[in-house]
Design a protein around this ligand. Structure first.
Ligand code: AVJ
Ligand code: FE
Length: 437
């Protein structure tokens, strides 16, 4: 097989894995649930379904293939910038059967195009970039649709086996030291990395300590029990105003029934003490960290902990090395519908000893979503550039709902600091002194 054939197979595999997940998430519920808006924060599932197909048509069939549009008249309906999510149910959207048919038609033509494509010569096809971008895009919407499922009322429809239990969690130190010094942040070589992950650049990071694992439900419940939600000392001014206005008292989907119960995909069960906390806003994560006498890590600290190999001095693709994620090293890909217990995945540990940096829960960082030095928007400004600025905070590492194709040591996610519907938790840090480095 030539290199082109190998790449073609990889692309075909990633596209079909994404479609399998999309199909599953949109066939476990009936038509009424597909067209309904389960939360003003989310699109109806049928919007995601046709938007996935529309983006695939735009980037692969039109831009790469030069083909004429199949349904140009529907483009504005599925342009995320034309209509806010809350307004989408009122649009004349394709019905579920039409949306599926459109997706099927686009995918058939994409498979023909893939056979003919040579992966060099244009920036869009180099290394299969546009195909990789579209596979990631569909998987990102599969994560969004999973969040819609979590917000959906009604009998449970999703199930999955529990994640594997940790082997040696009780012996883990609470925190690990990441020595000070420069490391390479971002990438200029990862072929399917998106524009905001580029270019690679050197950042000097002073020594710091990082929690070995994400903050657990038990630790977070102690913050609640200690009156953390009622003490403005722990909150930023904006955070406190939001906590008052929104009446926050516990993570989203937690209920007090004499003990804390968490509703997960329609099933309410007592919280699992040693499971990473999930569905907290940046404001809550930041307040918890201050209560604990610590702080959130910066984005650069997080990436250094996840990628820097002190032996070679090089930045790796993942905490465990350069090989793609496997079920043995990280909880990704919706194989399990919850995070694994804190301390799981010893084989996925970073050189510092930190666990679960990739997978399980997205981790809030203290950093605003900003471009790296030398950033250029590619291939469209609306993926990243229009979101840069202080109103968004960066999350890192992916979650159980994220596919490996859309998760790397360099991958950057972002959201408003009030948001809680995403699969987000966090870990805390503190600065190290130079003597300890
Ligand atoms: C990277 C998760 C913030 O969902 O808004 C999907 C991903 N961009 N379609 C989002 C995305 C365009 C994006 N996030
Ligand atoms: Fe999208």
């Amino acid at each position: 097989m030539t290199d082109n054939d190998t790449l073609r197979e990889r692309i075909a595999g990633e596209l079909s894995a994404a479609r399998d997940r999309t199909t599953y998430l949109t066939t476990v519920v009936g038509e009424a649930d597909l067209v309904r808006q389960h939360s003003p924060l989310m699109s109806p599932l049928v919007w995601d379904l046709a938007h996935i197909a529309n983006q695939e048509e735009l980037w692969l069939l039109r831009e790469v293939g030069g083909l004429t549009p199949i349904h140009p008249e529907i483009d504005p309906l599925y342009d995320a910038f034309e209509h806010p999510r809350a307004k989408r149910p009122a649009l004349p959207l394709l019905a579920p059967g039409e949306a599926r048919g459109y997706g099927h038609e686009v995918r058939g033509r994409v498979m023909d195009l893939l056979e003919k494509t040579r992966f060099d010569g244009t920036r869009l096809t180099d290394g299969g970039f546009a195909f990789g971008m579209i596979a990631q895009h569909e998987q990102q919407h599969d994560e969004t649709m999973l969040a819609t499922h979590q917000l959906r009322a009604g009998p449970p429809v999703l199930s999955a086996p529990p994640p594997p239990a940790p082997s040696d969690a009780v012996t883990l130190p609470a925190e690990v030291l990441v020595p000070g010094g420069p490391f390479t942040m971002g990438t200029s070589t990862e072929p399917w990395a998106l524009d905001n992950e580029r270019p690679a650049h050197v950042v000097d990071v002073p020594p710091f300590y990082l929690d070995t694992t994400p903050v657990t439900n038990a630790a977070y419940a102690a913050f609640i029990a200690d009156g953390g939600y009622d003490d403005p000392r722990w909150w930023t001014a904006d955070g406190w105003a939001h906590r008052q206005r929104a009446g926050l008292e516990a993570p989203l989907f937690w209920r007090w029934e004499g003990e804390w119960v968490r509703v997960s995909f329609g099933v309410g069960l007592p919280i699992i003490p040693n499971e990473p906390v999930l569905h907290v806003s940046w404001y809550e994560a930041d307040a918890y960290a201050r209560w604990a006498g610590r702080r959130l890590p910066t984005e650069a600290e997080w990436e250094k902990a996840a990628r820097h190999d002190p032996v070679s001095g090089r930045s790796m693709r993942y905490p465990w090395g350069d090989f793609d994620p496997t079920p043995e090293v990280a909880n990704l890909g919706q194989r399990h519908l919850r995070p694994a217990l804190a301390g799981s995945y010893p084989l996925g540990a970073a050189p510092s000893g930190a666990r679960q940096l990739i997978g399980d829960v997205w981790e809030w960082t203290s950093s605003d979503f900003l471009p790296y030095p030398g950033f250029t928007a590619w291939p469209y400004k609306e993926y990243s550039e229009v979101f840069f600025g202080p109103e968004y905070k960066v999350l890192r590492g992916g979650a159980f709902g994220v596919s490996a194709v859309a998760c790397r040591g360099t991958f950057r996610n972002w959201d408003y600091p009030v948001r809680r519907q995403i699969f987000a938790g966090f870990r805390t840090a503190r600065s190290g002194s130079l003597e300890t480095a």
